[in-house]
Design a protein around this ligand. Sequence first.
Ligand code: BTN
Length: 259
Amino acid sequence: MNDILNKQEIEAGINDSNSINCQVFGEVDSTNTRMKENVYDGIYDYNLIVSDTQSMGRGRRGRVFESPKGTGIYMSLLIPVNDKRENVLLITSAAAVAVVRAIRNMTDLKPVIKWVNDIYVDGLKVCGILAEAVSNKAGEMYVILGIGINVTTEIEALGENARNIAGALFDGAAPVTRNEIISAVVNEFYEIYHNISDREYMGDYRKYSMVIGKDVRYSSSEGWAEGKALDIDNDGGLIVEADGKRLTLNTGEITLRLR
Ligand code: BTN
C-alpha cells in the first residue's frame, strides 16, 4: 500500500468542522518543538504538523521518542485553550481515548491504555502522547498535543531501551495508511474535545484501561510504593489502595507489577 504522508489525503479525511490546515515535513527535530516555535513567532497558519521522521522526538520526562523514517506517525495538533483552561489537564486522557477509538474502528486490533497516556497492543507500547502548554506573546494559551504511533516500525530500528517495551501496530504491510490513521485520530479527538467538560469519554478511558484491577508500583515522594489500582476518577486520577488506605494519583508514573 502507498503510505506516503500527504497533506491533501490527511485533510480530505478530516471532518470539515474541524478546520485543519496540515503541514507535512520529511524531517523535523520534533513536531511539538516546531509547533511551539510557530506559537512563539506568532505563526498560526498550520494547526496540524506531521513529519515522516524526527531527529529529536521527545517523550515525557525528558525522554527521547525514537522516530524512525516512514514507519510511524509523528503528529502535533495546536489547540487554543484560552476559553477552556479548566479542561487542559483532560486533553491527554481525551487523546488516549481518541487513539484507541480510531485504531479499534479501523482495524481488528484491541489497543488499551496504560495510565496516564500510553497505548499498548498485546503487551507492547505502540503509542505515546506528550501534551505541552504554551503561551504566545499576548498571553493566550495553547496546548500542543503530540502523538507518536509506531505503525509498521521495526523494533530493530529502535534503541535498546525502547526495544524492551515497544511494539508496532502492524508487522509488515499495514491495511490502513498513516494518512488515514492521522485523520481518524484528529476526528476522534475533536469529537471528544467539543464536549470535553461533560467527561463522557471517561467511560471509555476506564473501559480500555489496562491498569484498573491490577497490582501496581507507583512513584511517590518516598520512592516506589505498591498498591492495587481500583478505578479512575472523572478528572483522570488513578485511585489506588495501598496499606488499607485509598489515594488518588494525579501525575507521575506507574509500573505494572509483574506476576
Ligand atoms: C511518551 O511516550 O513519553 C510520549 C511520546 C510523544 C511522542 C510524540 S511524536 C510527535 C510529538 N513530537 C515529539 O517530539 N513528541 C511527540
